[in-house]
Design a protein around this ligand. Structure first.
Ligand SMILES: NC(=O)c1ccc[n+]([C@@H]2O[C@H](COP(=O)([O-])OP(=O)(O)OC[C@H]3O[C@@H](n4cnc5c(N)ncnc54)[C@H](O)[C@@H]3O)[C@@H](O)[C@H]2O)c1
Length: 257
């Protein structure tokens, strides 16, 4: 299944933003795409545009319906749906749990449903839309940062455990991307993400390049890789730098009030 032509692909959260761009990219390369989204209208609109099928509902429970809609088989699963939950330790448990369920457990639950057939066939491709926040962090958004680290850890674990059995895994880790989520990210998003934000189509292009190169880590913003190296090389220096931006954010938020 090296080629995308004819592949059966699921994209969760495919009704808008990065997911819609992934769905369009796969369809343009000849794949049959099942578009999932919590918002049934958005899923239907993207599916109609690309000649795919809509599979509305929660991403965590979408594999069986998507597999049926695709004729009994899934070749590529894009675990893309995510929530940009902001907050800190005072944020209530329900918000932390929601971020954990959508950003991490939906990936785990999908794999539970996908892996038996993939391992039997000796092929399958799992694409996780993580975030540069999974490599680094996001100011003002502890639930998002922690759960995106979890999503990256899970993708790494999948890849190292099953790569000799034909499973290919990609973790997409963009910084800012011009979507509804970025628009809702407030002052922290305007400070950290908006200046270098890219279009969703550029994220999809980066995935297809990584697939062609058989590469796990997809960095639509190459500088995220350099920041990750700096963080690993000198954690305290990196924390000082991020704290500098935190203080800048507090000043801007104070001025905006
Ligand atoms: N926009 C950015 O700057 C950015 C940067 C890095 C990573 N990401 C990640 O990219 C992914 C897509 O985000 P986006 O920016 O395109 O956001 P978006 O808000 O434009 O789109 C997200 C879509 O997911 C759907 N959705 C939300 N929860 C769902 C659920 N439980 N089940 C099914 N669908 C659900 C929404 O209805 C929406 O259509 C997310 O995982 C996000 O964390 C975004």
């Amino acid at each position: 299944m090296d080629s995308v032509e004819g592949a059966r692909v699921v994209v969760t959260g495919g009704g808008g933003g990065i997911g819609a761009a992934l769905a369009r990219g796969f369809a343009a390369r000849g794949a049959r795409v099942a578009v999932n989204d919590l918002d049934a209208g958005k899923a239907a609109a993207v599916a109609a545009e690309i000649g795919g099928v809509a599979v509305p509902g929660d991403a965590a429970a979408t594999v069986a319906d998507a597999r049926d809609a695709l004729g009994g088989r899934v070749d590529v699963y894009c675990a893309n749906a995510g929530v940009g939950t902001g907050g800190d330790p005072m944020t209530d448990d329900d918000a932390w749990q929601h971020a954990w369920d959508v950003n991490v457990m939906a990936h785990v639950r999908a794999c539970r449903a996908l892996l038996p057939a993939w391992l039997e066939r000796g092929e399958g491709r799992f694409v996780a839309t993580v975030s540069a926040a999974g490599l680094l962090t996001m100011l003002g958004a502890a639930p998002y940062s922690v759960t995106k680290h979890g999503a990256l850890a899970f993708a790494e674990w999948l890849s190292l455990t099953y790569r000799h059995r034909g499973l290919r895994v990609h973790a997409i880790c963009p910084q800012g991307v011009r979507t509804d989520m970025l628009a809702a990210s407030g002052e922290a998003g305007r400070l950290m993400l908006a200046p270098d934000a890219i279009e969703p189509g550029a994220v999809a292009d980066a995935l297809f390049t990584a697939m062609a190169e058989d590469r796990f880590l997809v960095l639509p913003h190459p500088e995220a890789g350099r920041f990750a190296q700096a963080r690993a090389a000198d954690p305290d220096r990196w924390l000082d730098t991020m704290n500098h931006y935190q203080r800048k954010l507090e000043t801007r938020e104070g001025a905006a009030q």
